[in-house]
Ligand binder design. Structure first.
Ligand SMILES: [Zn+2]
Length: 470
């Protein structure tokens, strides 16, 4: 029997606010243990939390960017549990009335992974195990989080990868988080179950907690899928539980039996007021959002004729797409600029971090100027390419390297002469071409391009030479 994978995600994302969710302590990563703390965020009795407005704003941005509905009224609840990373023995979160409802993340196939809701909450502290002792660092306690809860719409491990990448991309675009999985500012819990293919009924699910890299998520899901299928095929039953993934052994192991919401005895936090957001406020926040990557991607492909694969590269990071948007001002063929970005610029921006920062010496205006020379027929591609290399090194405009003479264009009869000379100079290649070896003609073409200093139009030259030979 074939089994279908059914998976849903709970994704925690740390918000890039300067201060914590209920006090004015810094949210900066690192710092000496317990140096970014105050009575509120270590939960001393008698202190009162006060909600950071920016957290609500960022949460609304996340909801809008994932097509969710923003709740006009939402509330904070206490999630009760006892563990040393949370000294007041409850986490302030949202259960009954979260900030945003519904929405979806669209994959490249067009499939939409629906979201159940997004809520805001506080992060807990960190336990540090060292030399047989355990220490607590509350610097992270009270750092604001959003939790994005998806419906169990994921059927393939590749869909899971793309879902996480898309979330990462969109949250970075709207500037609410750096989503660095290795630093813990984005962490995923995955709910997994399997069911016989064709069945509508959901199987019993397990939850793999706190994964901090996309490759671990994929490996853990694969392992857990196989484990559940094996179990069922051997007459066993999947038990609802919370698992930990160990990347050293590539296995999952049980942490605890999976709890349900009622285990936490959630109740409304009486210390915090109801969050009221008007439609006007939502509209105002919406107007500050940039164009989102999926929309940009569609625009590049349909309006500009950029190939899909290139459009994906251009929209991966906001800095690249904004550079491209500026560089193509008034261009007839935006693809010229996209080729330069993906070709020559990406070559000097080798790591993903480099690409994300997109710090190149050539300004988009300078690239635009160069592209316009090509479109105007003033320079040929070869010359433009070598010019761009120099521009990228120096930061100077193309006019530094291309003279008036270069741009003067070539007299047609001069090109004819060069073609004739090329044929005379390459008798062997001409002979081979006549015998059917198409590529041999490139020797003649090379001669013309070289002697015209790359100014001749390659396509014209090719046609001229061919007609002269035959
Ligand atoms: Zn504090």
């Amino acid at each position: 029997m074939k089994y279908e994978l059914v998976a849903g995600f709970e994704t925690h994302i740390e918000l890039a606010t300067d201060t914590k969710i209920f006090c004015s302590c810094s949210t900066a990563f690192g710092g000496a243990p317990n140096s970014h703390c105050c009575p509120v965020c270590i939960g001393l009795p008698g202190t009162l939390p006060k909600l950071n407005k920016k957290v609500v704003e960022y949460g609304i941005k996340a909801g809008l960017a994932t097509h969710g509905k923003i709740a006009n009224i939402s509330k904070m609840d206490r999630k009760n549990y006892c563990y040393p990373d949370l000294s007041k023995a409850y986490q302030i979160s949202q259960l009954y009335a979260p900030l945003t409802i519904g929405g979806y993340v669209e994959l490249s196939s067009g499939k939409k992974i629906r979201l159940h809701h997004i809520h805001i909450e506080e992060d807990a502290g960190k336990l540090i195990h060292s030399h047989g002792d355990t220490y607590v660092d509350y610097n992270r306690g009270g750092v604001p989080l959003i939790e994005i809860v998806s419906e169990p719409d994921i059927r393939y491990i590749d869909e899971a990868r793309e879902y996480v990448e898309k979330l990462q991309q969109v949250m970075r675009y709207i500037g609410i988080s750096d989503c660095r999985m290795q630093e813990g500012s984005m962490r995923c819990d995955v709910n997994i179950s399997v069911r016989p293919e064709g069945s509508e009924k959901l199987g019993t699910r397990t939850e793999i907690k706190n994964m901090n890299s996309i490759s671990n998520i994929m490996k853990a899901m694969e392992y857990e899928y196989e484990r559940q299928v094996d179990l069922i095929e051997n007459g066993g039953k999947v038990v609802q539980e919370t698992l930990r993934y160990d990347d050293a052994t590539n296995t999952t192991s049980s942490m605890r039996s999976k709890e349900d919401a009622h285990d936490y005895r959630y109740f409304r936090d009486p210390d915090l007021v109801t969050i009221c957001v008007t439609d006007e406020e939502v509209e105002e926040i919406k107007s500050t959002l940039p164009e989102l990557p999926t929309e940009k991607y569609k625009r590049y492909v349909s309006e500009y004729g950029v190939p899909e694969k290139d459009a994906q590269l251009l929209t991966k990071y906001r800095n690249i797409s904004e550079y491209f948007d500026k560089a193509i001002t008034d261009l007839k063929k935006p693809k010229t600029a996209s080729n330069f970005i993906i070709g020559q610029m990406f070559r000097i921006l080798q790591t993903e971090e480099d690409k994300e920062a997109f710090d190149v010496k050539t300004t988009p205006e300078q690239l635009n100027e160069l592209c316009k020379l090509i479109e105007g027929g003033k320079v040929q591609n070869n010359l433009a390419k070598s010019t761009l290399d120099k521009m990228l090194e120096s930061g100077k405009p193309c006019t530094e390297y291309i003279s008036e003479e270069d741009m003067a264009g070539l007299d047609d009869s001069f090109v004819d002469d060069l073609c004739r000379q090329a044929i005379e100079a390459n008798p062997k290649a001409v002979e081979q071409y006549k015998q059917g070896k198409e590529k041999a003609i490139m020797a003649c073409m090379g001669y013309v391009m070289k002697n015209s200093k790359g100014k001749a139009n390659a396509q014209d030259v090719l046609e001229k030479i061919k007609s002269m030979i035959s």
